[in-house]
Design a protein around this ligand. Sequence first.
Ligand code: BEZ
Length: 211
Amino acid sequence: MSLRLGDIAPDFTANTTEGPIHFHEWLGNSWGMIFSHPADFTPVCTTELGRTAQLSDEFAKRGVKVIAVSVDPLDQHHEWVKDINEVNNTTVNFPLIADENREVATLYDMIHPNASEKATVRSVFIIGPDKKIKLTLTYPASTGRNFFEILRVIDSLQLTANYSVATPADWQEGEDVIVTPAVTNDQLEEKFPKGVTFVKPYLRKTPQPNK
Ligand code: BEZ
């Protein structure tokens, strides 16, 4: 069965470009992003891992450890990383899992046989410090992912983990957020001292609390 939000991210041991890892131990108390790509030495994947490397400070700022996975062998990963660095003028500083036996791909249901029998699709799992899955995304091989959008969702996840708020459509860091329905009107003054605007009785907006 496929993984769902709130499930514990499956643990595994694997060989990576940074040596063997035990996934949960490697995550420690951090947030994590494990993401799969169809194959090394392919064009879209080269841009995706390049963009992720370029954004490594952004992931680090949010306390998110990043790890990539495909079913390609380790020596191929090492060779391909040289291309990624060259093409994107960056340095890949996160591990790539060599999942030749498809153990990780199977645990995370990253092979969708009706799309491709052998290769992993473009999956993303964001994992919280409690090891629970907070976000899943699945993109087809033909569409490169938007890693700025992934950072935006991480910002929303981290904000809503700490405050009784949700983020509206197209929300960006610093914009007003929505008070969750569980908060009663009696609690608003204490919980949201910056003030609350009633757009509708069920749609209450407040400035981003941690700004
Ligand atoms: C790519 O990364 O460009 C790609 C990989 C597999 C299928 C199609 C495109």
